[in-house]
Design a protein around this ligand. Structure first.
Ligand SMILES: NC(=O)c1ccc[n+]([C@@H]2O[C@H](COP(=O)([O-])OP(=O)(O)OC[C@H]3O[C@@H](n4cnc5c(N)ncnc54)[C@H](O)[C@@H]3O)[C@@H](O)[C@H]2O)c1
Length: 458
């Protein structure tokens, strides 16, 4: 790659690739030049994976499966060598030469993200799939490096990290970066058609939405006491669903999708939340989560969204979202994320004989669609930035969680302006340094106490 750069930060050779001809390049002298460099169909987009766990490996698979290649995975970063190895072995086995990550481009540690991004060139893509706490730190660096980004949800965990993310969003827009956020249900075609039908008035006024994710213990939300010689910080990261600083807890990590798809159908964010929850069967678990949550969200027009989250065994399971309007009702999603099974009923009774519209089947995989969409935007240099929406969805999720944890009604503005930052030093963590939250003498971590701790969640 040439080192001489135009005033926009794009090299002459990149510009020629993007515009096709020398004449076009001359004609463009002095005007704002698009940042993307991949308009030429033969250019390989290099991808780096930061956070090589379950979803990171899946996201890399989606990136390498897109038809908008050529694409290569060229660098990987994690804080645990075993995680990186597991992810590399799996991806290499499936994608062979599309995975070009030699030992010198496998990076371990809290600075590994920088090294992985340094190995890319402007306009390449970095995947950010660590626990959410690190999102703003790594996104900031990606913007500095001029990289396109795919980052997983939630993108923030509290008010201060949301404000940081919204400021970074503005920076990423200025650089014309393409940024995807892993709320993949927004890319689902069936839900998209349902949204259009709601907009066309098929359900009348939407006045109630309902979201459920009630199942047995999920992810690392139920954490056993630390054992062995793993450091406190690395134990918390390994069990990130158990710690509010790392993930926003099970509430944020698991419930955000159903909250977000309901808000999409309503085409608004709620302005206030009140909520309930408790720790009923926590036994010896030491994490900060409740095992049941109920939130009543209120929209500006008075419409309500009811959210239920539970992690208990031997109880009824449901993973679905619904909406109700003055003229009918609809399934937004019926069981997990995909397929959605989206359909409309003529009244409020959701039985098969009342169905008036049903989405087409089979439904394309939304995890793949979100990658096809961002890659298309990179190739075509069309505007593509999901960060504001992702940050707002994360904030609305935090708002419901804070209402449950404090026992108070919490407004959108209050959540956005909340000063309690769970991990203010998250950009300075080191492998052997201190953790953002500490256990008491019994090895248990501070938990929310509604009505007692009312301005902070713990
Ligand atoms: N969209 C979805 O449906 C979906 C599904 C699963 C997970 N996710 C999201 O993906 C993210 C990761 O979840 P997961 O289930 O893959 O967890 P995971 O624990 O399997 O993966 C996280 C990886 O990040 C690594 N890591 C932690 N801190 C790091 C740091 N500072 N720098 C580099 N690497 C670091 C961990 O070692 C681990 O390998 C979460 O935000 C989660 O909400 C989204």
């Amino acid at each position: 790659m040439e080192s001489i750069e135009s005033s926009s930060g794009i090299s002459r050779r990149e510009l020629l690739k993007a515009t096709g001809t020398v004449a076009a390049a001359s004609a463009l002298a002095g005007v704002v030049i698009p940042q993307q460099v991949y308009a030429g169909e033969t250019n390989t987009i290099q991808v780096a994976l930061v956070g090589a766990g379950g979803r990171g490996t899946g996201a890399a698979e989606n990136a390498l499966s897109t038809k908008l290649g050529p694409v290569k995975l060229t660098a990987m970063a994690d804080v645990f060598p075993d995680k990186l190895k597991g992810s590399f072995d799996s991806l290499k086995g499936k994608f062979k030469e599309m995975v070009d990550v030699p030992e010198e481009r496998k990076f371990i540690g809290f600075d590994a993200y920088k090294q992985a991004m340094d190995s890319l060139k402007k306009g390449d893509v970095v995947i950010l799939t660590t626990p959410p706490a690190f999102r703003w730190v790594q996104f900031k660096y990606a913007i500095e490096r001029g990289l396109n980004v795919f980052m997983e949800k939630p993108v923030t965990v509290d008010g201060p990290s949301t404000r940081k993310m919204l400021a970074l969003y503005e920076e990423s827009l200025k650089k014309n970066l393409k940024v995807g956020v892993g709320l993949m249900c927004r890319h689902c075609e069936a839900r998209g058609e349902l949204f259009n039908r709601i907009k066309d008035g098929e359900l009348g006024e939407l006045n109630l939405l309902r979201a459920y994710r009630v199942s047995g213990p999920t992810g690392s939300a139920f954490v056993n006491k630390k054992q062995g010689d793993i450091s406190e910080l690395m134990y918390q990261i390994r069990n990130f669903h158990g710690f509010l600083w790392a993930s926003g807890g099970g509430f944020s990590d698991f419930l955000i999708h159903n909250i977000d798809e309901c808000c999409w159908m309503k085409d608004a964010w709620p302005v206030e939340a009140k909520g309930y929850g408790g720790r009923h069967y926590r036994g010896e678990y030491v994490d900060q989560n409740f095992d049941s949550y109920t939130v009543e969200y209120t929209f500006a027009d008075g419409a309500k969204m009811i959210l239920e989250g539970r992690g208990m065994i031997n109880c009824q399971n449901e993973f679905a979202s619904y909406c109700h309007g003055s003229k009918g009702s609809a399934v937004i999603s019926q069981s997990g994320h995909a397929p959605s099974g989206a359909r409309i009923f003529k009244g409020q009774k959701m039985t098969e004989d009342q169905v008036v519209w049903r989405c087409k089947t089979p439904e394309p995989n939304p995890y793949q669609l979100e990658w096809d969409h961002i890659m298309h935007a990179i190739r075509q240099d069309t505007p593509y930035n999901e960060v504001k929406r992702g940050a707002e969805a994360s904030l609305v999720t935090s708002m419901g969680r804070m209402a449950c944890h404090t026992g108070r009604a919490v407004t959108f503005d209050e959540m956005l302006n909340c000063e309690h930052e769970f991990a203010p030093m998250v950009d300075q963590l080191t492998l052997d340094g201190p953790a953002p939250v500490l256990a008491n003498a019994e090895g248990k971590y501070p938990i929310p106490a509604p009505g007692i701790k009312t301005t902070r969640e713990y």
